[in-house]
Design a protein. Structure first.
Length: 420
């Protein structure tokens, strides 16, 4: 059994590919059940964010083609469409990758804090789908603990910035003064809330919050003094926005080219700056060809993210050292599972031997044989039973010149310290 991590991210695939293999929160549990119900995989989890989609699983024989083929089939893709962008990690490399992801070391924005929460969501979805057992469940627990160590023992968490923050930095390159803007947030989830917090620090003039669930839009709008609207009111309010930041979980664009065309016309060609933080994209990519609309996606944030990455390089090196140590700790535990069956079998055999010998001793006592004599015989008999097979095997190993086995036996039985 091998641990595998298979997927794509912002480094290996453009957003046009990432949105084709994304899983919405509602799709995660049925997708996991499909994966484990129609393949040899019995243990799996799915992490799907705006910047990555990854499958974590334990696979008999460690064949990465199994989850890859399922990913193609589930999303109805030809292998040629996705294969050039996929990465495949196995065993210690997979564990290292998963730990790095959770710690924010593999993120577009180095050290971003949101990814750990998304990893915890992936863990919960897998629990809800009943697709976790000991190896992968233990790996998630180990991952959360390792990420906490990275956050508390290095400065990477203190100096990290989110994708939302990076989006605001990009907006500042266009607008010198954000306080004069009307901003439209499309979506009311975690990314939208982080974006709103950054916007409020710049005292934006007016904040509109649009969401499919109006109550969530109201909650976020009330929190930051904005105005809530439903998605059915979105088109009618587009013309009011100088800056649009979209981050919903919709599977299709919620802002069409047609709606943007009408909004720009209503604004009398006053430019609109839009940042699409969603995967799949919230704003129709065809709208990018419109004059007076400056549309940016996650891929366009890479330049700003790279500068932040350079600033945090020292902290990242410290974090990588922690990750390496945690990889070895987990792999040591995983390797120990291979010995469990052997240990159990040996203990069961020893237990059976002891029971037989104790029954013989009890019969001897019942026949009147002195107890001290019976106990001495019992101790000798147990010693002979327990040492006969190992002693014979070591003699045979030495005769064949396999002194490595003899040395291993000395370590196994903790005799090394008595060797002269």
């Amino acid at each position: 059994m091998s641990i595998l991590a298979v997927g794509i991210n912002h480094d290996t695939a453009p957003v046009a590919i990432r949105e084709r293999v994304a899983f919405s929160p509602n799709a995660a549990v049925p997708a996991l059940q499909d994966l484990t119900g129609n393949t040899d995989i019995r243990e799996a989890a799915i992490l799907s964010t705006c910047n990555r989609t990854e499958l974590y699983c334990s696979v008999p024989g460690g064949d990465p083609s199994v989850p890859c083929q399922w990913l193609h089939r589930y999303h109805e893709l030809d292998s040629g469409d996705l294969d050039p962008f996929l990465y495949r990690h196995r065993d210690s490399d997979a564990v290292r990758h998963i730990l790095r992801v959770a710690a924010g070391l593999d993120s577009m924005v180095l050290g971003e804090p949101e990814i750990l929460g998304q990893m915890k969501d992936a863990y919960q979805y897998a629990r809800d789908a009943s697709t976790l057992s000991a190896p992968l469940d233990r790996l998630f627990q180990h991952t959360f603990a390792a990420a906490k160590k990275v956050r508390t023992r290095t400065d990477i968490g203190r100096s990290s910035v989110s994708v939302a923050y990076t989006g605001i930095k990009l907006a500042q390159r266009v607008f010198e003064d954000l306080s004069q803007l009307t901003v439209l947030l499309v979506g009311a989830g975690e990314t939208a809330e982080l974006t709103a917090r950054h916007l409020m620090a710049h005292k934006v003039k007016h904040l509109l919050v649009a969401n499919r669930t109006r109550s969530r839009a109201m909650r976020l709008a009330e929190l930051f003094g904005g105005t809530p609207i439903g998605l059915d009111e979105l088109d009618a309010n587009l013309a009011k926005a100088d800056l649009i930041i979209a981050s919903t979980g919709a599977t299709q664009p919620v802002i069409t080219r047609q709606a943007m065309t009408a909004a720009i016309k209503a604004r009398r060609r006053r430019p609109v700056f839009a940042i699409d933080l969603a995967v799949p994209r919230d704003i129709d990519p065809a709208a990018s060809k419109l004059q007076d609309l400056y549309l940016y996606t996650l891929d366009d944030l890479q330049e700003i993210a790279d500068q932040g990455r350079r600033d945090r390089a020292s902290s990242a090196n410290q974090a990588e050292a922690i990750i390496e140590l945690e990889v070895e700790h987990y792999m040591g535990w995983l390797r120990s599972l291979d010995a469990v069956g052997t240990i159990r079998e040996y203990r069961d055999r020893a237990h059976d031997w002891a029971e037989d010998l104790v029954e013989q001793a009890q019969r001897q006592v019942a026949l009147g044989r002195p107890v001290d004599e019976v106990l001495a015989h019992l101790a000798h008999a147990i010693t002979q039973k327990m040492t006969h097979a190992p002693s014979t095997s070591m003699r045979e190993a030495a005769a064949r010149g396999r002194m490595d086995l003899v040395e291993a036996a000395r370590e196994l039985f903790r005799l090394a310290e008595s060797k002269d």
